[in-house]
Design a protein around this ligand. Structure first.
Ligand code: UDP
Length: 235
């Protein structure tokens, strides 16, 4: 069976790496997420991954600290996560490399789209650390940016719920899940899918986003095969 996508950008929030611990790393959780990535990789799809940093730090909730410094700490947190994900992938026999937005040669390669695409073509999973490299932005925006830079067919946004709902499904049992949505609606109705910077970047560049539940790691492979899961956001 043909895959629906040839190249994807998977966004994994920092929170997902913490599992039930709520913060920091949970090795078993990271390993089970990476088993899901391996399953998708075995299908032959090229995979870039942007990791968040919320399991360690979020710049906007850092109290009195200067926002620029707080965001730099947040970006460094995403580099730690990228290294952990790369390591877990390699433990499972998946070739992987970290590329960072900021130059830190002792830690990882520096991102360029050419290098990332070359690594993807060699069958490596490329884990992008450091967000966009700029304060104020988020790793959702970094995901949209990297997806466009590597020419991904879609961004797969892994979350804790199985798609986008009209209201919080944890609070309202009658909440309805959307199968598809447009970015315009996400923006107009301020649906909590991603921040508006990321949503408008995707809309302006026709990059579809599939929002799906990472509770089951096999969902990544399901999405790649084109099975109907989650909510597809496109214009
Ligand atoms: N961050 C940033 N620029 C970026 C990406 C991230 O300054 O391009 C910082 C920001 O402080 C953010 C933190 O890194 O709060 C962690 O990223 P994010 O909140 O997006 O992580 P997630 O919620 O996905 O785990």
């Amino acid at each position: 069976m043909e895959n629906r996508y040839n190249r994807i950008l998977l966004k994994i929030s920092g929170e997902a790496l913490a599992g039930s611990k709520g913060s920091g790393f949970d090795e078993a959780t990271i390993s089970s997420i990476c088993a899901g990535v391996r399953e998708a990789h075995d299908l032959g799809v090229q995979i870039g991954i942007v990791v968040g940093g919320g399991n360690f730090w979020r710049g906007r909730s850092s109290g009195k600290m200067d926002r620029m410094d707080a965001d730099k700490i947040g970006m460094l947190a995403t580099v730690m996560n990228a290294l952990a994900v790369k390591d877990a992938l390699r433990q499972q026999g998946v070739p992987a490399v970290v590329m960072t937005s900021a130059v830190m040669p002792q830690v990882a390669e520096t991102f360029t789209s050419d290098k990332a695409i070359a690594a993807l073509n060699e069958g490596k999973v490329v884990v992008f650390g450091g967000g966009t490299g700029n304060p104020i932005f988020s790793t959702d925006t970094a995901s949209a940016l990297r997806a466009l830079e590597i020419g991904a067919d879609a961004m797969l946004k892994a979350t804790m719920v199985d798609g986008v709902y009209d209201k919080d499904p944890h609070k309202y049992p009658d909440a309805v899940r959307y199968d598809t949505l447009t970015f315009t609606r996400v923006l107009d109705e301020r649906l909590a899918v991603m921040d508006s910077t990321a949503a408008s970047l995707c809309r302006d560049n026709a990059l579809p986003i599939l929002v799906f539940d990472l509770g089951d790691g096999s969902n990544i492979a399901r999405a790649v095969r084109g099975e109907k899961i989650g909510t597809l956001v496109c214009e």
